[in-house]
Ligand binder design. Structure first.
Ligand code: BG6
Length: 470
């Protein structure tokens, strides 16, 4: 749709950026922090462990001052469950509470609204040892952890996100380190875990509304439009299958408390549907999120996969690269799109499509909690980093966000990934996303100095002009 006049970004639009605890904090075993699955997983060869990351734990004041210099209205970060309750259940760690109190207070000092993810891929390892999300006790443990967060921070944190990219933990857990690589026939287990996470999320949202009536809470999956590989009806069905399994299964449940019918019949066909206990559907229906947050990097494209499609391997892929599912869909690359240096397609128009699709389906306010370009950055003379490619990527996505707002989408915030360089889920430190460069590489920690990239100054002006000057 062509618009002669574009709507402005809303006056109180939440411009900011994102990080997650294990990817940025470091201090993995300091001040009573327990180990998470990210600390105990087998690190991918050639990539670093998460012990130091960007050392934000010790640099948070300096980092927040830089965020304030960019003019952030919000900062989306996650709390490490293992810093608050080291084994996932039991005693609350005062030092952990103190760290996040300090971080939150520092943000508020600059007028930056904290947007907090409760759980970003870093389940306490002690819970994982007892079955992780397959064990229903983890649901209670999560709700108890959430209560501790609301009681300690709910007076200052108004915006909460439950679980980051639950859909990716189910579909690509091996890539992001939440499922052991090579585990076989675990799909049934994964959909049981999915069901339990849904229950944890629903109970947490309800609790949030009870304990902190002034807070707002929402889910944070990775959502993207799925295009059919061609106008062939079979390809359109395949794209629809993928979208139901990848997107709507998660949002239909979070918003309406019901299983998406196509995703459910997919699970039944495969014999992997979860057992639903009495009363659980009522719990799921009682969630009522205040908004939808989602992460967007690029769209997906799907073609038909026949049931005798023996060529299709279902192993591999990651958050943005889908291999497919025999008899359901086949992930194909889109010849109309360019790719990043790390092989993810770039689709700003797809961002507008996705925003429209989500808003049309759910009619809830939307906050974008991730969007960005992973690239190899180079420090040039006089500590300059000329990341024009990142500016280009973000500019095109923000343009499309404004078009989506003009289309009628109620978009309230935009937080690219990432505020500062951090460790990628599976491609190390070399895959950088930040506005702020952290001077370290894969294995040499150097001096961890912070350097403003060109995109830092660009984004500062974007925020200052409320998205008018891109
Ligand atoms: C999202 C995650 O999937 O994508 C982040 O929420 C992640 O944790 C980001 O870092 C980018 O992915 P990657 O694999 O490049 O780090």
């Amino acid at each position: 749709m062509f618009h002669r006049n574009l709507k402005d970004f809303p006056k109180d639009f939440l411009w900011g950026a994102s990080t997650s605890a294990y990817q940025v904090e470091g201090a993995y075993n300091e001040d009573g922090k327990g180990l998470s699955v990210q600390d105990t997983k087998d690190v991918i060869p050639g990539t670093p462990d998460f012990n130091v990351s960007s050392d934000h734990y010790h640099h948070y004041k300096e980092d927040v001052a830089l965020f304030a210099e960019m003019g952030f209205k919000t900062y989306r970060f996650s709390i490490a469950w293992t810093r608050i309750i080291s084994n996932g259940v039991g005693e609350v760690n005062k030092k952990g509470i103190e760290f996040y109190n300090n971080l939150i207070n520092e943000l508020l000092l600059y007028g930056i609204e904290p947007l907090v993810t409760m759980y970003h891929f870093d389940l306490p390892d002690a819970l994982q040892q007892k079955g992780g999300w397959s064990n229903r006790e983890t649901v209670d443990a999560f709700v108890n952890y959430a209560k501790v967060l609301f009681e300690n921070f709910g007076d200052r944190v108004k915006y909460w996100l439950t679980i980051n990219e639950q859909n990716m933990m189910i579909l690509h857990g091996a890539a992001i380190g939440t499922v052991s690589e090579g585990a076989k026939n675990i799909q049934k287990e994964l959909y049981k875990q999915n069901h339990n996470m849904m229950l944890a999320q629903a109970r947490t949202m309800k609790l949030c509304h009870e304990i902190c009536p002034n807070c707002k809470i929402g889910p944070a999956p990775n959502i993207t439009s799925i295009y059919p590989a061609s106008s062939k009806p079979e390809d359109i069905l395949a794209a629809n299958n993928q979208s139901s399994i990848r997107n709507w299964l998660y949002l239909d449940m979070a918003v309406h408390g019901r299983y998406n019918p196509i995703a459910w019949s997919y699970m039944v066909e495969k014999g992997i549907e979860p057992t639903i206990e009495e009363g659980e559907m009522d719990i799921l229906k009682g969630a009522n999120p205040d908004f939808i947050a989602f992460n967007y990097y690029c769209t997906g494209t799907a073609g038909e996969s026949k049931i005798d499609d023996t060529e299709l391997s279902t192993q591999g892929g990651d958050q943005q690269i889908s291999v497919g599912d025999i008899g359901v869909y086949k992930g194909v690359s889109n010849p109309n799109l360019q790719k990043t240096e790390f092989g993810w397609e770039i689709d700003p128009v797809g961002f507008r499509n996705t925003l429209r699709e989500v808003y049309e389906r759910y009619a809830l306010p939307i906050i974008i909690t991730e969007n960005g370009l992973g690239a190899y950055d180079k420090v040039e003379e006089n500590d300059t980093i000329n990341d024009d490619y990142r500016i280009e990527y973000l500019r095109k996505h923000i343009e499309q966000a404004r078009l989506a707002i003009t289309d009628g989408v109620d978009l309230r915030g935009y937080c690219p990934w990432s505020a500062i360089d951090l460790i990628s889920t599976h491609q190390g430190f070399k895959k950088r996303y930040g506005f702020i460069y952290v001077n370290r590489d894969e294995f040499d920690l150097k001096d961890l100095r912070r350097i403003r990239k060109k995109s830092f100054f660009w984004y500062k002006n974007v925020i200052k002009t409320n998205g008018k000057e891109l």
